[in-house]
Design a protein around this ligand. Structure first.
Ligand SMILES: Cc1cc2nc3c(=O)[nH]c(=O)nc-3n(C[C@H](O)[C@H](O)[C@H](O)COP(=O)(O)OP(=O)(O)OC[C@H]3O[C@@H](n4cnc5c(N)ncnc54)[C@H](O)[C@@H]3O)c2cc1C
Length: 441
């Protein structure tokens, strides 16, 4: 009988685990099922490009069915799990609830924005984690300009032309830089807004932006943002968001209709409903091979008919995988770690099924790239630091090589080059996906 391998989550970790399993396992020996709440992998490092309109939103995703040939894709929501009967609870896209039995479960459910109990944050701010967030940001910038252009009152116009980002990790900085670059081009089409001017503020609680890169590169990135007129406020936190502005800890309330929250992530909430051991941050506790300690799982329930060896593994942002390069700490939540963990966990699953030994996950970050728009970036590759145009070329080449599928790469190339020659697209098709009603009343 074929082994049942179920992967929960089809992002970087889950997708690369499925791809490696397809390669490593003979077709008859195992049946691999991937459950994801969308039929695509979201290539998050390119989200800033979608928000900044250098990339079509559809081109920053990878359709899972076109890349996975032997994996069964179930589009639906993972809602829970019962490790005692080795089953994963899923609500399929058609609304039906099903329990998927497994011998081996790989949890790769990723993360969501980590919010704080700041008044007005949930009501008025936007996160930056999904395709919808990126599209909303882009549309919002244009809608704000359309409204500001029509207003007679300069004070109200100031609100619509104020943009505040909170959190200056690379995701926040890249998002802000791309969006500001986009807005700086788009505003040329709005004479009144152009004369009035925009205001962009980046607030960061720590003393420097982009903690992921060395201080020299974060200084370069900060200088680049300031050169464009972006106000960088380090050591500053958000106190309150209203529909009209963002109150900061330095005492100023910045008039702004757009507040974007990019201050960290936490594991997907459903992870807490899987009956697995969690650390204080809510991540699944695993050993160095990425396996959940069988001693911390409930014994198989007799009535469930479960027998033989089973295992639960967890990878990516939702797991606390011990970091071999920083003893005592978990791996950082990055795509580069999730991809490698996905490949390694597949090898470990195959080894376990074949009676072999699972190997520990070992990886040292090889580099970081962060695009800043305007053909600027910062990057570190194999210890070498890059900035400016060479870093920008490295960043784009890196994403081009990493994007799965030749067709997807070509789409990126075309989008980037069209934007370079003709500028960024300044339309805001916010109604896409909302069909016109046929009702006559
Ligand atoms: C804007 C942005 C930019 C980034 N840039 C970089 C970068 O340049 N370099 C880098 O290394 N990292 C980057 N990251 C971080 C990177 O995206 C994550 O570390 C990586 O995606 C983690 O992989 P994962 O497999 O754990 O989770 P994900 O890739 O998020 O995959 C999780 C999957 O599970 C699905 N899912 C979640 N809950 C459920 C559920 N209940 N049921 C079914 N499916 C579910 C999700 O929809 C998703 O498809 C960036 C992140 C963001 C937000």
């Amino acid at each position: 009988m074929a082994w049942q391998i179920v992967i929960a989550g089809g992002g970087f970790g889950g997708f690369y685990a499925a791809r490696a399993l397809e390669r490593l396992l003979p077709a008859q020996s195992a049946h691999v099922t991937l459950v994801n709440n969308a039929n695509f992998l979201l290539y998050t490092p390119l989200l800033p490009g979608a928000a900044g309109a250098t990339l079509d939103p559809r081109h920053v995703v990878v359709p899972l069915r076109s890349q996975l040939r032997r994996t069964d894709l179930v589009v639906g929501q993972v809602t829970g799990a019962d490790p005692a009967s080795r089953s994963l609870a899923v609500q399929r896209i058609d609304g039906e609830s099903v329990d998927l039995p497994y011998d081996q479960l790989i949890v790769a459910l990723g993360s969501v924005s980590r919010t704080l109990p700041i008044p007005g944050l949930a009501e008025h701010a936007i996160g930056f984690k999904s395709l919808a967030d990126a599209t909303t940001m882009r549309n919002k910038v244009l809608n704000c300009m359309d409204i500001a252009e029509s207003l007679e009152d300069p004070a109200r116009r100031t609100e619509y032309l104020g943009f505040v980002f909170v959190g200056a990790g690379y995701a926040g900085v890249e998002g802000l830089a791309e969006l500001q670059d986009f807005a700086a081009q788009a505003i040329q089409l709005y004479p009144r807004c152009r004369a009035h001017g925009m205001r962009w503020v980046l607030a960061e609680a720590r003393q420097r932006i982009m903690q992921e890169v060395p201080a020299t590169l974060s200084e370069f990135a900060e200088g680049e943002l300031r050169r464009r007129g972006i106000e960088v406020r380090t050591g500053t936190t958000l106190r309150e968001v209203t529909g009209h502005g963002a109150a900061l800890s330095d005492g100023e309330t910045v008039p702004a209709r757009t507040v974007v929250w990019t201050a960290g992530v936490k594991p997907s909430p459903v992870v807490a409903r899987l009956g697995l051991p969690l650390d204080r941050e809510g991540r699944i506790v695993v050993d160095r091979t990425m396996r959940v300690d069988p001693g911390r799982l409930p014994a198989p329930r007799e009535a469930s008919g479960v027998s033989g060896a089973g295992a639960v593994w967890a990878i990516g942002d939702s797991a606390a995988v011990p970091d071999s390069s920083r003893p005592g700490q978990p791996c950082p939540p990055t795509a580069q770690h999730a991809i490698r963990q996905g490949r390694q966990v597949a090898r470990n699953v195959v080894a376990t099924l074949g009676g072999g030994r699972a190997r520990p996950f070992r990886y040292r970050t090889k580099g970081v790239v962060a695009e800043l728009g305007q053909r600027e970036a910062v990057a570190i590759t194999l210890g070498i630091r890059w900035r400016g145009f060479p870093a920008w070329l490295i960043a784009r080449t890196y994403h081009l090589l990493l994007m799965p599928g030749t067709g997807r790469r070509l789409r990126l190339l075309v989008d980037w080059n069209v934007a370079l020659v003709f500028g960024r697209d300044a339309s805001s098709p916010g109604v896409l996906g909302s069909p016109t009603s046929l009702r006559q009343d």
